[in-house]
Design a protein around this ligand. Structure first.
Ligand SMILES: [Zn+2]
Ligand SMILES: [Zn+2]
Length: 117
């Protein structure tokens, strides 16, 4: 007895093998494996979280570039401090992170050389 998803997976691959749209069995678009109708459906249902990571990265890079050009913090929309790429809050957050990181590494060194305990 196959579950629904197993049956769907079989159907999906059978359609792919036959050169058809795996979703509906229709004619696929040129080089794509999915037909125009299903492509449109997928695009309409794709939330921002499902965006291709490469696309997301370039989008973020572009957003950052625009913010910097406008004199805003690279991480939020607040005005950046003069001569810096972040606002006051993010500057402090960054400093805190790097300090914590260094402290952690310092502790690790102590532990590994047997100074503590
Ligand atoms: Zn289709
Ligand atoms: Zn900020």
């Amino acid at each position: 007895m196959l579950t629904g998803s197993q049956r769907n997976a079989r159907l999906y691959h059978r359609r792919l093998d036959a050169g058809l749209c795996p979703r509906c069995g229709g004619e696929p678009e040129d080089w794509r494996r999915t037909c125009a109708k299903c492509l449109a459906y997928q695009a309409a249902n794709r939330g921002p979280r499902n965006v291709d990571p490469a696309v997301q990265r370039s989008y973020m890079a572009e957003l950052r570039r625009k913010r910097l050009a406008a004199g805003l913090c690279a991480r939020c929309n607040r005005p950046a401090i003069d001569g810096l790429t972040t606002c006051q809050e993010h500057r402090e957050a960054q400093g805190r992170h790097s300090r914590e990181y260094k402290e952690r590494r310092g502790v690790l060194r102590l532990v590994s050389s047997g100074i503590t305990g």
